[in-house]
Design a protein around this ligand. Structure first.
Ligand SMILES: [Zn+2]
Length: 95
């Protein structure tokens, strides 16, 4: 039984790429070291959410926000930009 435990998990484009494609090559930073730190930060945030809450799954692209200043639900960035809709699935957890 898979249950949606968070139906409004809005993440930035950087997190989208890592969650959906496991690919950080699109992170657009001029310095390699900075990109590495950023990727690390995002991967840690994802791992923590998966440990504490559940699986992050791609949501409804119709609910994406093209321009938002809300903090990313994953890495917490407040950079204004697109936010993509994801959901958190609580998999196989007994209640
Ligand atoms: Zn993010």
């Amino acid at each position: 039984m898979v249950e949606v435990i968070d139906d409004d998990f809005m993440v930035c484009t950087d997190c989208l790429m890592i969650i959906a494609n496991d690919d950080a090559s699109g992170l657009d930073y001029s310095l390699d070291e900075e990109t590495e730190g950023r990727e690390q930060e995002i991967r840690e945030a994802i791992a923590e959410i998966q440990r504490e809450e559940g699986q992050i799954a791609v949501g409804d692209s119709g609910r994406d926000d093209e321009l938002s200043s809300s903090p990313c639900a994953c890495c917490g960035t407040r950079l204004v930009g697109a936010r993509h809709h994801f959901v958190i699935l609580g998999c196989g957890r007994e209640r």
